[in-house]
Write a protein that binds this ligand. Structure first.
Ligand code: GRF
Length: 214
């Protein structure tokens, strides 16, 4: 009996790595359609590097100036070397180069700690998002998974999870509560997305044509 191979994802970020850890653990504990094949950090000091070691996942550190190589080129190299099918951003604070999106034929997802399209865009990252949500008087917030395009926090929204704000809640407390829902939302949303890609993989295999995925 043949079984469909799991798609290989890479997680890219420069934060504490809590979402990378959640993705690794979800793969270990469930029959998901993907495996975490690589973690990429743009800072050697970031917590996400420790997560790679703890979860025994290959780690690539692409820290500027990166031997003078543009980030897009360095990313393309590790994506090819590790046969990555889908790139998953988690705590990547910059605009992803269009070249990287093109290399993966658009198969790039991001998690944002608010309910997009609200509280997104340039400068809306980390604690700033939660401060803005509280300052706005909003009664609910949450997390959003979306397809990555060449703009900050744009692209098709694939999944959201909501929580209500608590009276007098601090931005750091709110950030911690949003992270908690991120850790179940992201693994599930990536699984749904990857499964939506599988029919194309199966068709290409059936017809004997070149596989869509690496
Ligand atoms: C998360 O809050 C995510 O929504 C945002 O960056 C943060 C990354 O946190 N894009 P971590 O490094 O996964 O803990």
């Amino acid at each position: 009996m043949t079984s469909t191979p799991k798609l290989r994802i890479a997680v890219l970020g420069s934060g504490t790595g809590s979402n990378a850890r959640a993705l690794c653990r979800a793969c270990a504990e469930n029959d998901l359609a993907y495996s975490v094949a690589l973690i990429v950090s743009t800072s050697e000091k970031a917590g996400i590097c420790d997560v790679a070691h703890e979860e025994r996942v290959s780690l690539a550190i692409l820290e500027p100036p990166n031997n003078g190589k543009p980030l897009a080129d360095a990313l393309e190299q590790v994506i090819c070397e590790h046969a990555i099918d889908v790139l998953v951003l988690a705590g990547f604070m910059r605009l992803l180069p269009q070249k990287t999106i093109d290399v993966l034929h658009g198969r790039v997802l991001n998690i944002h700690p608010a309910l997009l399209p609200d509280f997104g865009g340039q400068g809306m990252f980390g604690i700033h998002v939660h401060e803005a949500v509280i300052a706005s008087g909003a009664t609910e917030t949450g997390a959003t998974i979306h397809v990555v395009t060449g703009d900050y926090d744009k692209g098709e929204i694939l999944a959201q999870s909501k929580i209500r704000l608590l009276p007098g809640e601090s931005s750091t407390d709110l950030q911690a509560r949003v992270k908690t829902i991120e850790h179940s939302l992201y693994p599930a949303a990536v699984d749904t997305y990857v499964r939506s890609l599988l029919p194309f993989l199966a068709d290409s295999q059936k017809s004997g044509s070149k596989p869509v995925f690496s």
